[in-house]
Design a protein. Structure first.
Length: 119
């Protein structure tokens, strides 16, 4: 471009909505990249979830092994139950929210009129 503006500043964009505690936040991405951004967020969320599950499983296994080796099956059962409850209550973090692609290939000026875009 002759004016020095990037494609996101003047050309077509994809509009992504991120849910926050206060209100949804809308952001623009270069046209055609919205789906890739959403997919990347989903992959990252899956990785974190698998990591948490693996960590919880290892902790539960360690507690169960300690309980068996110390001849305290009640301690092992209580420890495994505590880890399971902590994992279930922990749930997903707000920072793991995956954006939603709300508009594809829309001119930036139209997107700015329709949504309160954040930079």
């Amino acid at each position: 471009m002759v004016t020095g503006e990037s494609d996101t500043e003047s050309g077509p964009v994809d509009v992504l909505r991120y849910e926050t505690d206060d209100a949804p936040v809308y952001r623009a991405a270069p046209a055609g990249e919205g789906e890739a951004i959403v997919a990347a967020h989903e992959r990252e969320r899956r990785k974190r979830r698998v990591g948490r599950l693996l960590a919880a499983g290892l902790v539960a296994l360690g507690i169960a092994a300690y309980g068996v080796l110390s001849d305290s099956l009640a301690l092992a059962a209580a420890g495994v139950a505590l880890v399971a409850v902590a994992f279930a209550v922990g749930g997903d973090d707000a920072e793991e929210a995956v954006p939603e692609l709300v508009e594809r290939n829309q001119f930036r000026r139209d997107a700015e009129r329709a949504y309160d875009l954040e930079e």
